[in-house]
Design a protein around this ligand. Sequence first.
Ligand code: PLP
Length: 394
Amino acid sequence: MPTLSRRAAVLQESAIRKLDLSVARQTGVRFHRLNIGQPDVPTPAPLMQAIASFQPKVVAYGPASGLPACREAAAAYHAAWSEGLAAEHVAVTTGGSEALLFAFTAVCDPGDEILAFEPYYTNYNGFATVAGAAIRPVRTELSTGFAIPPDHELDQHVTPRTRAIVFSNPANPTGAVYDTAELERLLRWAARHDLFVLSDEVYRRIWFEQPPATALSFPEHRDRVVVVDSLSKTYSACGLRLGFLISRNGDLMEKVERLGQARLGPQPLAQHVGIAALGLDEGYYEEIRGIYRQRVVAMCEALAELPDVAAPQPAGAFYTMVELPVASTEDFARFLVERFRSDGESVVVAPGGGFYAEASSGDRQIRLAAVTEVASVRRAVQIIGEALRSYPPP
Ligand SMILES: Cc1ncc(COP(=O)(O)O)c(C=O)c1O
């Protein structure tokens, strides 16, 4: 048999989807699925109406970087944080995922390195592998609210192969939110090392105390900043697969256009819906913040009642990393799916290892996503508590 590429061989299995096969094999169990960031909030009516009204004679290819109307709508929306942003600064992509893949590919040569605040969104590993690059972790700690480490600590991670730093703000999986002062310091630091700053802002509208800063709002760093946004979480439209790569760096946007040409164009239906989504008023964003606030508060209150369990309250997004009194959360997560039942119910969680470069660093942690209704989130945490009392099984 011919051999597969080395890149294919090292591709990491998604930590978030790892248990899916096993879940599918179980029968007669009601699972609370807190492992994946798939909200159950209904997709807003204007988006559903846009889907219904999409009636072209031919579902045609469109331009590689997106339909002009969609790029303009995205530029107008983001211009609220970045004056003068224009359509040429936006490329429409197949979800934030493709924007990340394009960004990694555009800034890295094979063997290059991208720094990432750890724990980090597990799929950065996959995008880096495909781009021929490697993620180099920069550890952040629960005790400091997962704050960005001081410059002298960041310095220690830079090598001649470092090309960029990537982070999500608000952060998945930690729920951290970086403000203007923190981001400004990071950008100044990146400028000293001449790195690209890849700011993944797909949760930018979901925050609970104060909004995150956007890397787009620092004109002096315009050439090194790439922002990723997406419809998935903000509009509960994960399956639509629409995202944006935004940068004022003209050279980079030209190469992103070429990457886009290789896959022809993003989906016209998704772009049609995207234009409707970007026109929603502020009331919509307040409403979803209210929904997720209730859920994360309920999740953290329920977790606080469990002995020997530590979990920070997220400042944004809808995840939290939870420290459990077990030696292997990989094993505990499997125990929940395959063996533990409470009145015919159980919970699917994401083991923490996948969010660290060295999986063992997350051995005692799980990531929970507050993506279901308050009652289900509370019940799920209660089931985790019951399961901990019966674990390890005899
Ligand atoms: C931090 C982060 N970035 C990017 C993505 C990709 O989202 P999508 O491709 O659905 O836009 C996700 C999805 O969970 C995420 O959590």
